[in-house]
Design a protein around this ligand. Structure first.
Ligand code: WT7
Length: 681
């Protein structure tokens, strides 16, 4: 098992729910949680059908709620939920609220990278824009089932684009706008997207990113295998069609800063296409088990996996988890700091909040720009009551001490969420005491791209929390802890986290690769869904995630496969062999630590280190730049030739206690590695 490090630092302190959220909560006692939980797992049909009543279905459901097979020995794995109903998630996000008289409610407060740059959009206006863009897509020939690639910054047009796809039944595949051209092109290819949506550029802090140029490079990289017929570009840095008075907008930047390459056969401006498009567009009614979106996540073999989510199950789960985990009520202002390019943004910026008719902050910038109090200035500006971020952001802000936080009141806050990686108790305590003034509930939400929504999480009005524990299962989730040989651990104990039955929001397959889906999640322990995380259940039944059980590294809440990074390093002509491991990092959680063996006669120089780091950055994306590159004359291997990563992890940590190495072919390589370690922070 990969870790165990996190359990050793766990605290046993227990924190009661914050008073304000407890008072008005949907679920305000553990007794009530247990009662609802019990129904959700023993009679999922009764539980979810009550929830489904709040949504609009064109064709009503009849028959079983779930139809599924989790046991690979009994045939193909599948999950179907409310199979013969039909609906449209965009209709449920927008039209439903407008029809209920909520059209004037603000859907999003958009806060630009520049603190002077802001605007907002109501449900009614958002619906009009979505209908217009749906008509634009249709006029370009996009039909139900077609894949649309989206490479956009955190602007309202991104939400419009994804909802327009959902409205007409096209499958959106959003690629985080921090990925490289190479990563974007491989995702366009895998899903064979004919259309790509992007923007001229975006500022992240003071850095200008030329998105359109990267998009062009990606189109060019895949052109021999697949032709992107249309690329639609939002003119973001020079105009904003939602602001009534564009000319006076203080954050408006001159257009000369952005160079937009143009290929008239392929390129079209968003604002020109939208001119005169109709605000009427009948939604495409989709069967429950038709696909909604693809979102790529790293896979341990190196090739990203296109996680496929379908309409109804995802809709019910996104709405229900958002409602209960944040205890969302009308009047709350909700702010999730994630990027929509990751699953957190899909479920907890776009779909979950809109399905609940919520008012959210959509933030384009980064936590340290223009200074480390940016989040708290936003919290006070909009009176945010429910806030959701990642441990890496908490740690990066903690470094600046309490002053930037205390410049703002934060008195509106009630719930503080965290997601992406285990949160260390020290960061948890700072989040609680300093950010939350000791009167908010912290919800440590464990989940994955694959799970669609939270699977282990406290409920903020009732669950007593322990720093570092994701506490208990959400409604409908049946976790178990398995030993190495697949037996369920009863009571407290360590092992593999698994889930025993389906929940509505779980992935349905890997796009175009059902075999890999079954192999990755259902093969190791037949009969269970295996998320790939280790876990510990304590005496009180609390779950503690202990880290990945595979060769994945979690850098700032983003999962990366070691194989993916290694294959980039090996492509360098000077590198003969490479092995990548994670090393604990005070802000990122884990940092990439690369060992490289060089081709005979090549010298290991600082220039080579720089080149290798740059290569990984360029091929995957800036968020995954290696922190360390170490020269390895030889790598520790078993007699059968398998690289012993456990040993390399110890070298990276400087931990000489490397355990049992009796299976190692040549033990002398380890001593050399310890003497060769690069300078560490
Ligand atoms: C992996 C999923 C879910 C959105 C962001 C990441 C790790 C996620 C937690 C948490 C401990 C966590 C797990 C998981 N993870 N949240 N609260 N505590 N670990 O999505 O890229 O699909 O990564 O992130 O290892 O399997 P993802």
């Amino acid at each position: 098992m990969a870790s165990g490090d996190m359990t050793s630092s766990k605290e046993n302190a227990i924190f009661p729910p914050g008073e304000a959220v407890h008072k008005a909560a949907y679920v305000s006692s553990m007794e009530q949680y247990h009662k609802m939980y019990k129904e959700s797992v023993t009679d999922p049909e009764a539980f979810w059908m009550k929830i489904a009543k709040d949504f609009y279905f064109k064709e009503q459901h009849s028959g079983k709620f779930f139809d599924y097979n989790f046991n690979i020995n009994k045939g193909p794995i599948y999950v179907k939920c409310m199979e013969n109903a039909s609906t449209n998630i965009c209709y449920n996000c927008l039209d439903r609220h407008v029809k209920n008289g909520q059209g004037d409610v603000t859907a999003f407060y958009w806060e630009g990278n520049d603190p002077m740059d802001c605007t907002n959009i109501t449900y009614k206006k958002l619906l009009d824009e979505v209908c217009k863009f749906s008509n634009v897509l249709k006029s370009l020939g996009v039909k139900k089932g077609d894949r649309v690639a989206i490479y956009m910054p955190m602007i309202i047009e991104l939400v419009i684009a994804m909802l327009a796809c959902a409205r007409i039944g096209a499958i959106h595949s959003i690629v985080f706008a921090g990925f490289s051209a190479e990563s974007l092109s491989s995702r366009i290819l895998d899903a064979e997207c004919d259309i790509l949506l992007t923007a001229d550029g975006v500022y992240r802090g003071s850095k200008l990113i030329h998105l359109k140029q990267i998009a062009d490079e990606a189109i060019n990289l895949c052109k021999d295998k697949h032709k992107v017929s249309t690329c639609i570009t939002v003119r973001h840095l020079t105009d904003n069609s939602f602001s009534d008075d564009v000319s006076d907008r203080p954050g408006k930047r001159p257009c000369s800063k952005v160079q937009v390459p143009w290929n008239s056969g392929v390129d079209k401006w968003w604002h020109i296409l939208m001119e005169g498009a109709s605000t009427e567009c009948e939604p495409e009614w989709l069967k429950s088990e038709e696909p909604l979106f693809i979102l790529y996540t790293s896979g341990s073999t190196g090739k990203p996996k296109g996680i496929l989510h379908h309409v109804t199950g995802y809709m019910l789960y996104a709405a229900t988890t958002h409602k209960y985990t944040f205890d969302y009520h009308a009047g709350d202002i909700y702010f999730c700091t994630a990027d929509i390019g990751w699953i957190t943004g899909h479920t907890y910026i776009t779909y979950g909040p809109l399905l609940n008719g919520a008012t959210s902050v959509l933030f384009e910038g980064i936590p340290l720009f223009p200074d480390p109090s940016r989040y708290w200035s936003i919290v006070d500006k909009y009176q945010v009551s429910k806030f959701y971020t990642a441990p890496t952001a908490v740690r990066s802000l903690m470094k600046f001490g309490d002053d930037p936080v205390k410049k703002y009141k934060r008195s509106s806050l009630q719930v503080l969420g965290t997601v992406g990686e285990p949160i260390n108790p020290e960061a948890w305590m700072w989040y609680h005491k300093v950010i939350g003034n000791s009167n908010c509930t912290i919800v440590d939400t464990f989940w994955q791209t694959e799970t669609g929504g939270h699977v282990l999480t406290p409920l903020p009005g009732c669950t007593p929390t322990k720093p570092g524990s994701a506490t208990f299962p959400f409604f409908g989730i049946v976790p178990a802890v398995l030993s190495e040989n697949g037996e369920e651990v009863e009571g407290p104990g360590d092992g593999y986290l698994v889930f025993k039955q389906p929940w509505p929001g779980m992935m349905r397959t890997i796009y175009g690769d059902q075999k890999r889906f079954e192999g990755t999640y259902f093969k190791r322990f037949p009969g269970y869904y295996v998320p790939g995380d280790g876990c510990y259940r304590d005496d009180d039944g609390y779950y503690w995630i202990t880290g990945r059980i595979d060769d994945m590294i979690n850098v700032s809440g983003h999962l990366l496969s070691t194989a993916e990074v290694e294959s980039v390093l090996i492509e360098h002509p000077s590198v003969a062999e490479a092995a990548v491991v994670g090393k604990p990092h005070s802000i990122k959680g884990e940092a990439l630590y690369c060992f490289v063996t060089l081709v005979d006669g090549i010298e290991f120089t600082p220039e080579l280190v720089k080149e290798l780091k740059e290569r990984v950055r360029h091929s995957i994306g800036p968020f995954c730049t290696p922190d360390y590159v170490q020269y390895a004359p030889g790598l520790p291997k078993t007699r059968s030739g398998k690289i012993m990563r456990r040993v390399l992890r110890n070298v990276a940590r400087g931990n000489h206690d490397i355990g049992d190495v009796s299976t190692m072919a040549d033990q002398s390589v380890v001593d050399v590695l310890f003497t060769n370690r690069p300078e560490q922070d």
